[in-house]
Write a protein that binds this ligand. Structure first.
Ligand SMILES: [Zn+2]
Length: 201
């Protein structure tokens, strides 16, 4: 990965979107964002892809610009611990790059929206489990109130992340670096339990 909006995610300070009223994403706001050029081949533009994803998750999740870079996903309703929050689908296998997600030791995929815009946190509120669509489902690890940004720990899917030595997710328990499961596996297993990519278990 580091993912989709990942580069930006890792270096972004954690922001509180709590209380943010639904600034529903529109094509107009998208055009002002410099991190929005990538879109899946099945769409003519990132605007089209975001619009389609927003419709599918209406009243559940909104795609919103974050305060200092990139995009993020925000809960549009309260989720309870254990709720499935969203499903990511693999859309193509790719060599590992900054937009890919790792599915197996030598298998990296591109995933669809809105999951592609989930940011990283060392204090994740959603966790992953492998699904039948070649990617991951995301589950609430605790109660997530409406308006809170969704974030998962990239190290629970990526075995190694070499591009980023420093994590600035802003979480109180930030590990300070994002090295991947290979580096923080024991701690991640203790913290996230079953919410880790199957190939890493
Ligand atoms: Zn961190």
């Amino acid at each position: 990965m580091i993912s989709r909006a990942k580069v930006h995610a890792l270096f972004r300070r954690s922001i509180s979107l709590t209380g943010s009223t639904s600034s529903r994403t529109t094509a107009a706001t998208i055009q002002t964002n410099p991190f929005s050029s990538f879109h899946l081949p099945s769409f003519n533009s990132i605007e089209e892809e975001i619009d389609e994803a927003s419709k599918r998750y209406e009243n559940l999740i909104s795609i919103e610009p974050t305060s200092d870079r990139g995009w993020g996903l925000v809960a549009s309703q309260t989720f309870s611990e254990g709720d499935k929050v969203l499903t990511a689908k693999a859309v193509e296998s790719v060599p590992r790059d900054s937009h890919s997600v790792q599915k197996d030791w030598d298998h990296h995929v591109r995933i669809d929206l809105p999951a592609r815009f989930i940011n990283h946190s060392c204090d994740a509120n959603v966790g992953i489990q492998d699904n039948d669509f070649g990617a991951y489902d995301f589950f609430a690890l605790r109660t997530i109130p409406e308006g809170e940004e969704l974030a998962f720990c990239y190290e629970t899917s990526e075995n190694t992340i070499s591009a980023f030595e420093e994590c600035m997710c802003g979480a109180k328990n930030c590990r300070g670096s994002v090295g991947g499961f290979k580096k923080h596996g024991d701690e991640l297993t203790e913290r996230y339990g079953k919410y880790i990519a199957s190939y890493l278990k």
